[in-house]
Design a protein around this ligand. Sequence first.
Ligand code: ATP
Ligand code: ZN
Length: 303
Amino acid sequence: MPPVTLPTDRLRLAIQKSGRLSTDSLDLLKSCGIKIKAPKEKLLLHADNFPVDLLFVRDDDIPQLVMDGVCDLGIVGQNVLEESSLERRNAGSRHAYSVERVLDFGGCRLAIAIPEERPFSSLKDLEGLRIATSYPQLTGRFLAEQNIKADVVTLSGSVEIAPRLGLADAICDLVSSGSTLEANKLRAVETIFKSKAALIRSDRSLTAEKSHALDIMLSRIDGVQKAADAKYIMLHAPKAALAEIRKLLPGSENPTILPLAGDDTKVALHAVCQEAVFWETMESLKKAGASSILVLPIEKMML
Ligand code: ATP
Ligand code: ZN
């Protein structure tokens, strides 16, 4: 990686250059009002309107960049993070970091899978097997915790074809829908690690300016993440049914109640619901007497 010179007071954030986390990472920054011009071609990009520089790298390099203090921050899957941290700890390298926020994307699980036809009744059936994985640390830790003796075969990719090639009897790999497993005639028998993307931070201390910028970024991330599920609900309610209707609103406090022009028997109610508003909720509201029910998305939130 070529050396880069940067002003010292700008945060440096490593994100995945191209892959499953790239678009969501950039979208999150955009939602936080951080403007980034056409990324991808460059290794390093300066945000125009926020003191942050983005470093575009392979996801596997992100934990190391943060743990070595080359970057102040990184967005990476907890799976890669935990694997790297264990590996570095075993190798005696710096492995400290803090998770600033677990993010709403990049969800997946690391699971042990075996050929469909292989019988399986308990984890003990894994005893003595060769398990292929790109996550030898997490797999090894799980087997040790479960007191199972098995051989971990480390492969950097295409783990799912290892049993067919006779390289392994089972695998431990990332699963989301399960279609890759199905295509390779494998079935998941145990989830060993659940993962989401996380914003991590180096344990080196930040300058006051960087620390201030990070506080702003975190409060904006919270605003975006809180808003993701929240909805703004507006409806008309007969005054007599108001108490019952308020009880039906999911996760909302202190709604605004407004008079309705030309109708003394009803009021307009506006409220922020912190939880999803389902069709069932709307149907119950209608049944309780509410009418003209509108549910609107919320883009950002600052409480
Ligand atoms: P790179 O070229 O950056 O090394 P990669 O091929 O290792 O990329 P991707 O496949 O882009 O990585 O996955 C990046 C991360 O996305 C994973 O480590 C995991 O945290 C997350 N992820 C979310 N869903 C899935 C999935 N279905 N399969 C694999 N990874 C997933
Ligand atoms: Zn990778």
